[in-house]
Design a protein around this ligand. Sequence first.
Ligand SMILES: [Zn+2]
Length: 357
Amino acid sequence: MIKILKTKHGNVTLPSFFPDGTKGVVKGIDSKDLENAKVEGLVINTYHLLVSGLEEKIEAIGGIHRLMGWKKPVITDSGGFQVMSLIHKDESLGKMNDTGATFKLPGAPRIKLTPESSIRLQIKLDADILICLDDCTKPDQDIGEQEKSVERTIAWAKRCKLEFEKLTSLSKKRPLLFAVIQGGNNRELRKKCAKSLVDIGFDGYCFGGFPVDNQGKFLKSIMKYTASLLPEEKVKYAMGIGTPANIIDCVKMGYNLFDCVIPTREARHQKLYIFNKKVTKKNVFDNNIYSTINIGAGRYNQTLDSVSKFCDCHTCERFSRAYLHHLFKIKDTSAFRLATIHNLRFYSMLMEALKQG
Ligand SMILES: [Zn+2]
């Protein structure tokens, strides 16, 4: 089992969790806050940078790390997931065919994303880990659509690899290229997709598509099966996952890289994660190892305890629950920052315990 992920911007011990910096920022906090919360890497959404027209600016500055003042690894996604979400929401906003994805937001120019242009864009951003453009589906889509998605995802992955090799063959520090496995909730299609991608050969493999069904149920069985199809020595990236409980389950299945908006988004909605006891490699798999609190609840109005006595983050070392409650109540922007720092440190402590397990 691979334990170290080697990138242009340093090594990461696996398993690791990377928060999402959607538009070149993790909302409300800066790169120093991320370092202090022991965050080991970030995921940046190519699609959002593209629609914001930021790619030329980032290239001129010398890459996403320079723009953000961030020294650790960055994964850029291909943009496929967001394009799929956009088209599913409103068909008139874009379309996908075998050549790529075209989309147009109201008041913005039409943008075409092909496997080749997606790779060129991610190279321009100077990412450490690039993701192949894929045709993302939801698990409840019919079998015909899932088959089409798998064929297209394999064909696009081949084109991505060719473009990647063309652009990086002379690089001293080569980035890494990951491919995405589609196939919805169908074992045969997941197997076909995984096998074809492994035959082409990538540095890592991602579980793609929605990891929950339309009832919101986590697709544990298909995720476990898909992980079992992949080589031991390669990174297995569970994209968009997840809650701490989902991450713990996925680590048991063999996944070792994660990203999700949950810790940061929930922090901004006053939901904070806390360990119920000091987390260790022995107890991290216990069902009751963590819980959540809503810091906006009236009962925290006068609580002088820190958010968590088992946390060493800036927020917990310095402030009380009562103060954070107050900052949310008066809608001061520092509430977002302090809550986000805490939740990210919770996630990094969780990963530290899982790394030792
Ligand atoms: Zn804390």
